[in-house]
Design a protein. Structure first.
Length: 276
């Protein structure tokens, strides 16, 4: 039953994980997806045990596996003589079912806490999709307040007026139609030279673009270290490990480099007796 609970929660978490890794994922949709996943896990914790028990019982009947009576007293396999004074149902609900779901809910809460969720919500106000429908001046001002080292008090005050001129300008400019995301917005701002007219807005856009990349890069780097620094290579120096991690993380770009170019580079580094 413990494994079955893990499987169901992993399915819910995997759906969220796959959606968040999509390059075309809208920030606001991602925030709503996180909230709905949390809500689904909380509801499943309150109401899902009976349906899980039904699935487990059906599986056991199919393969002729004995099913314990949920109302009988639970027997600790490590100490069968000791009285537990709890039923099997209490053990499987409290010590297994609820424990697994609490771990999942807590992990989601740690990764997507209220501050992070608010930050993503504020960032979504920059989206140019559907004629800047998500634009919200108050949210963008709150976003600037979350970066006190990047926006001084006077700049935040100036940003309020700049945002009004900015949204009126870009909505009337046909070159900003049909943009697919904040990255396209940043490119168009530079192409139209509007990043010089609205420097504070452009700074917000840059910060919004950097945050997801920085977060994903850190997660990817730590995951890559497990593959690079194995038990057989646990004594490698920092320099070699850094170079190996870069090759592993950025392997998509390295695949574009031909073997001949690498050989020529090593050949030119110093005089060699043989040609590579």
């Amino acid at each position: 039953m413990h494994c079955k609970t893990l499987h169901k929660t992993r399915c819910a978490a995997n759906t969220l994980s796959q959606a968040l890794q999509r390059k075309d994922q809208d920030i606001m949709n991602a925030v709503e997806l996180v909230r709905s996943t949390k809500k689904a896990l909380e509801n499943y914790r309150l109401e899902g045990f009976d349906s899980l028990l039904k699935d487990v019982t059906s599986f056991c009947d199919k393969y002729e596996i004995e099913v314990v009576n949920m109302e009988d007293e639970y027997v600790d396999p490590k100490n069968r003589r000791r009285k537990t004074n709890i039923t099997n149902r209490h053990h499987y609900v409290v010590n297994n079912f609820n424990t697994v779901l609490d771990m999942q809910i807590q992990e989601l809460g740690n990764r997507f806490n209220e501050v992070t969720t608010d930050l993503l919500t504020f960032m979504s106000s920059l989206s140019p999709c559907r004629d800047f429908r998500a634009f919200h001046k108050l949210n963008l001002l709150k976003l600037a307040e979350m970066y006190p080292y990047d926006f001084s008090f006077d700049e935040r005050d100036k940003l309020m007026f700049e945002l009004g001129h900015y949204i009126a300008n870009v909505k009337e400019d046909s070159r900003f139609d049909n943009l697919k995301g904040v990255s396209d917005l940043a490119k168009m701002m530079v192409e139209t030279r509007k990043h010089n007219d609205y420097p504070l807005v452009y700074r917000l856009i840059k910060l919004s673009l950097v945050l997801p990349v920085a977060t994903a890069s850190v997660e990817r780097s730590f995951s890559s270290m497990k593959h690079v620094k194995t038990e057989l290579r646990n004594r490698m120096g920092d320099g070699y490990m850094n170079d190996s991690c870069i090759c592993y993380i950025e392997r998509e770009f390295l695949l574009q480099v031909s073997i001949e170019d690498v050989m020529q580079r090593f050949q030119k580094m110093k005089t060699r007796k043989e040609q590579l």
